[in-house]
Design a protein around this ligand. Structure first.
Ligand code: ADP
Ligand code: MG
Length: 233
């Protein structure tokens, strides 16, 4: 942990986290004994090969999967002790995702995708949907359907959609996995610029060491375990 992150209070964390899928012979231990701290406004990469548990860890931090062992904390409360509605409110009140594919609603325009997410998050004060699309450079594509956008444009809409929720924590799962490297770099630059402007904590799952190297802390996963020697810069 860097001195800078050491002084910041924890926003999301997990202690001794284990997540297993399936039972008996079919049981897969996707995560084992994972302890991780995400201070507010910090940037963290989850780095490891395919199947190492990155997606499962992002989902556990966001309350989308139940831990088999251990505890996930969100703003000082045990996430697993909250009931489903309260977990939903925790997500609506502070956690947003950007996935590998943009996962936009196909029959909604760019504007409607962002406005809908903003509405679902309780219409927080701050930037409106059109303003956010301007911010990601898509002011001219408000009325475009996802099928009329390039992969990079669709992913920028997905970033605007996440920002519309005014997250305290943005979880990105291989956000540039489907993009060519130049387009991917532009999307990552955009996410980093938004992180600086809005100050949310950012956790990015990636198999790419160059992508991981952009963030303050890299947590290396292999076979569901955190590897020793967490890197900070
Ligand atoms: P990564 O994102 O690093 O590729 P994942 O978190 O997706 O890794 O997967 C970790 C392990 O858990 C893998 O062995 C994967 O096959 C397994 N796994 C993930 N989700 C499920 C599921 N829903 N059912 C069964 N196994 C799963
Ligand atoms: Mg994954």
């Amino acid at each position: 942990m860097t001195p800078a992150t050491a002084t910041r209070p924890s926003l999301a964390s997990c202690v001794g986290l284990g997540v297993s899928h399936g039972q008996g012979e079919a049981r897969v231990d996707a995560l084992r004994d994972v302890t991780l701290d995400v201070p507010g406004s910090s940037t963290v990469a989850l780095w490891g090969p395919s199947g190492s548990g990155k997606t499962t860890l992002l989902h556990a931090l966001g309350g989308l999967v139940e831990p088999t062992e251990g505890t996930v904390w969100w703003r000082g409360e045990k996430l697993s002790s909250l009931d489903a509605r309260a977990r939903g409110r925790a997500r609506a009140g502070g956690i947003a995702y950007v996935f590998q594919g943009s996962n936009l609603l196909p029959h909604f325009t760019s504007f409607e995708n962002v406005a809908f997410a903003r509405w679902a998050a309780g219409d927080p004060a701050g930037h409106g949907a059109a303003e956010l699309l301007e911010l990601v450079g898509l002011g001219a594509k408000l009325d475009s359907l996802p099928s009329e956008l390039s992969g990079g444009e669709a992913q920028r809409v997905a970033v605007a959609r996440a920002l519309a929720q005014q997250p305290a924590l943005l979880l990105c799962d291989e956000p540039t996995g489907h993009l060519d490297s130049d387009t991917g770099a532009r999307v990552l630059n955009l996410i980093d610029a938004a992180q600086l402007e809005f100050g949310f904590a950012l956790v990015v799952a990636t198999h790419d060491a160059d992508v991981a190297g952009r963030y303050e802390k890299t947590v290396e996963l292999e076979d569901g375990r955190v590897q020793a020697g967490e890197k900070t810069r």
